[in-house]
Ligand binder design. Structure first.
Ligand code: HEC
Ligand code: HEC
Ligand code: HEC
Ligand code: HEC
Length: 500
């Protein structure tokens, strides 16, 4: 073909045709770009602010007057109607579903009551009502520290501003009972001035600092995960004053965090049967997610848990934070072409397979605790038990890291399988050592597996007086909570809000 300049020389009209079509294309491209920019600004700014409030306004309903779409969806985290195979917003008594947990946590508050997490709406209700926070009244303190409030409410950054971070964590849980009243909300994730995402929890900023990273320099996409990483992470309470720390100094993997804890000889509690210095994993969702394929392909938590939605031509972020399986069309299917049942089956398949080995590890751990208890009973010495207890500690740490990370089996199935299989290996190792030790004390039979097929039996087996715990809690809920609520109401009346 001839060069275009020669062709135009032969047919001048061709030049003009190219010229005008280019103008038309550019014109429409311009319109498209404008419309995209407009949509984006619409999503953020298409509102007339009705009220003005301070940076640390803790009440979602106040922010909601300016942002009704996000607020209305956020309030739907109250919906408990969806239960997937393992997760969802429904209330689930995990100890009843799996009584072995009671034995694994013997001597620790989790053996009293443990429910599957549900929507953000319930954060305050659930922490007030759970047996783990005890029944603080009549001079009796809660067994938990004030630090436990940290991931429950926008009242937390508010009080931290007032009294300081270290001071906030100090004292028992009931100390701040009347202060922390609003469930997780807008002020936890947003700057009131411009609605930018912001980090309000110092533990996350401090963990970044110690790794030599500046959290103010991360990308926007990273922020869409980091707002969640303020709470959905592994953490512990450091020292007498229970300062909240994320144990990330050596890295994010189960081994990195274990090494960190071991180097401090840190323990969460001593196991009531085996006397093992135990670690309790919290919910390392962020850490495990980061080892999976979706994180490696650049997705953030919000991509699946807060997808975009449309209402009256307005595109905005769905604030009903929930299991994506209740909304496959707006989450998975943005990228995957498969039908909903197939995508759900993909998730269940990963969860089922990991659960299968996790259950096996759980049984081995129950056996190891009981066998170690038998060894102590027969007069085993501290020095003989040391290596065994270290194995039990490490094996249960691996089990818990996966059990407590509620989305882990989907977020990063290969890493979860790896962790569980190393856990099984270590648990077996401890039981080989135990068998030798028991034999050296003349015990050559199998140590009987306890009769723990219901939660009630398991709690009786570890010696909990559930009747008393429940009665005390009931009294606390009836007598103390209403006082806390009243004090909070009085205080909130004094907050500055301006109608515009
Ligand atoms: C757990 C964190 C979190 C909480 C709590 C939260 N948001 Fe958001 N919000 C987000 C994320 C993530 C986005 C998406 C931001 C982006 O991609 O730029 C967002 C976006 C927004 C936007 C920008 C427009 C849009 O829809 O994308 C508004 C306005 C907003 N949120 C209002 C609220 C209000 C009002 C509340 C309280 C009722 C609230 N948010 C609670 C995380 C949160
Ligand atoms: C201030 C702490 C905090 C922040 C920030 C936070 N969460 Fe949560 N989240 C919680 C707590 C606490 C619960 C459990 C509440 C309960 O069961 O009472 C929870 C529950 C959930 C659930 C279970 C809901 C259900 O219906 O099954 C999901 C999913 C979830 N969060 C995802 C996220 C995502 C995604 C983000 C970031 C956009 C986020 N969370 C930010 C503390 C937080
Ligand atoms: C923003 C796009 C995006 C969304 C949303 C998304 N995915 Fe993916 N998904 C990917 C990418 C990219 C990969 C990696 C595949 C590749 O690179 O070949 C992937 C991989 C997968 C895999 C195979 C990896 C594995 O675990 O073995 C499964 C299964 C999967 N996604 C299911 C889902 C489900 C279920 C959802 C909804 C809860 C979902 N995805 C949401 C982009 C997405
Ligand atoms: C690719 C999509 C995808 C991304 C990205 C993603 N998740 Fe998930 N998440 C899921 C799926 C699917 C489940 C399993 C839901 C179920 O079993 O009902 C889940 C489960 C969860 C659960 C338990 C939900 C419940 O109902 O109890 C939490 C909490 C959670 N994810 C938090 C996070 C956090 C925090 C991040 C970011 C660090 C994140 N997720 C990123 C898809 C995703």
């Amino acid at each position: 073909m001839k060069p275009i300049s020669d062709q135009i020389k032969e047919k001048p009209w061709l030049g003009w045709a190219i010229f005008f079509s280019t103008i038309i294309v550019v014109f429409f491209l311009g319109l498209l770009a404008l419309s995209i920019i407009e949509r984006r600004t619409e999503a953020v700014f298409a509102y007339t602010p009705k009220v003005e409030y301070t940076q640390w306004e803790p009440r979602n309903e106040v922010w909601g007057q300016n942002f009704p779409r996000q607020y209305n969806r956020y309030m739907q985290t109250a919906d408990t109607s969806f239960a997937s195979k393992y997760n969802g917003g429904a209330m689930r008594d995990m100890l009843a579903e799996d009584p072995r947990l009671v034995v694994l946590w013997a001597g620790y508050a989790f053996s009293k009551e443990y429910s599957q997490g549900r929507g953000h709406y319930y954060a305050i209700n659930d922490i007030q009502n759970i047996l783990r926070t005890g029944a603080p009244m009549e001079g009796q303190k809660s067994p938990q520290p004030s630090t436990c409030w940290t991931c429950k409410s926008p009242d937390v950054p508010r009080v931290m501003q007032e009294v300081g971070i270290a001071e906030f964590y100090k004292g028992s849980w009931d100390t701040r009972g009347a202060e922390i009243m609003n469930f997780i909300g807008c002020a936890d994730c947003h700057d009131a001035q411009n609605m930018n995402l912001r980090i309000t929890r110092p533990a996350l900023v401090e963990a970044y600092d110690r790794r030599g990273l500046d959290i103010n320099k991360v990308s926007h996409q990273d922020m869409r995960s980091l707002v969640c990483a303020q709470c959905h992470v592994e953490y512990y309470f450091q020292g007498e004053d229970k300062y909240l720390v994320f144990p990330w100094d050596k890295g994010f993997t189960v081994e990195d965090v274990e090494e960190y804890y071991d180097s401090y000889t840190f323990k969460d509690w001593t196991h009531a049967i085996s006397k093992t210095p135990m670690l309790k994993a919290q919910h390392p969702d962020f850490e495990i997610f980061n080892s999976g394929i979706h994180a490696q392909r650049g997705l953030s938590c919000a991509d699946c848990h807060m997808p975009y939605m449309n209402e009256g031509g307005q595109k905005f972020t769905d604030h009903k934070i929930q299991s994506p399986l209740n909304n496959v069309a707006n989450t998975c299917q943005v990228c995957h072409r498969e039908e909903t049942p197939k995508l759900i089956a993909n998730v269940y398949e990963r969860q089922d397979k990991i659960k299968q080995n996790r259950d096996k590890l759980e049984e081995l751990l129950v056996r190891a605790h009981v066998e170690a208890g038998k060894a102590w009973e027969l007069g085993a010495k501290e020095i003989e038990m040391q290596a065994i207890l270290q194995d039990i500690r490490h094996a249960q740490w691996r089990w818990d890291f996966i059990a407590a990370s509620h989305g882990g089996s989907f977020h990063s199935p290969i890493e979860c399988s790896r962790i569980i299989s190393t856990g099984i290996d270590i648990a077996q190792e401890s039981r080989i050592k135990l068998a030798r030790l028991l034999a050296s004390y003349g015990y050559n039979k199998e140590v009987p597996y306890p009769d723990i097929d219901t939660k009630e039996k398991a709690q009786k087996y570890i010696g909990l007086d559930m009747q008393k715990l429940n009665a005390d809690k009931e009294k606390f809920i009836k007598e103390v909570i209403p006082q806390w609520k009243k004090q909070a109401e009085e205080r909130e009346k004094t907050y500055a809000i301006k109608n515009l």
